[in-house]
Design a protein around this ligand. Structure first.
Ligand SMILES: [Zn+2]
Length: 107
């Protein structure tokens, strides 16, 4: 059962576990921005506290940023499930670059 532990700059990290048969799971820490009201990175205007959002533009920016990061996360998990060793220095560097580009564009 291959396991990858990818440490990125700051406090960001990704743990990927695959079953060797094409399936796997990922835990990404510190990559996506949490909802300021409920604290979940998965919140997409779905939390009960959304009525308190007073800056809709900021929330929209957070959702766009998170969607782009989620795409990178999904691609990385798919690569790992296909057997790619995603914790090499080159993969880590490429991941940092992709996340930096997303931050530059959406954050
Ligand atoms: Zn929320």
């Amino acid at each position: 059962m291959p396991k990858y532990n990818i440490n990125l700059t700051g406090t960001r990290s990704i743990i990927i576990e695959t079953d060797g048969a094409g399936d796997g799971s990922m835990t990404a820490i510190g990559l996506r921005e949490a909802c300021p009201d409920c604290g979940s990175v998965d919140c997409e205007r779905t939390c009960p506290k959304q009525a308190s959002w007073d800056d809709a533009q900021e929330q929209e920016a957070r959702l766009l940023y998170n969607a782009a990061v989620h795409g990178v996360e999904s691609f990385l998990l798919a690569l790992a499930c296909l057997g790619a060793k995603v914790d090499t220095p080159k993969f880590t560097k490429a991941l940092e670059t992709a996340l930096d580009q997303i931050a530059e564009r959406y954050d």
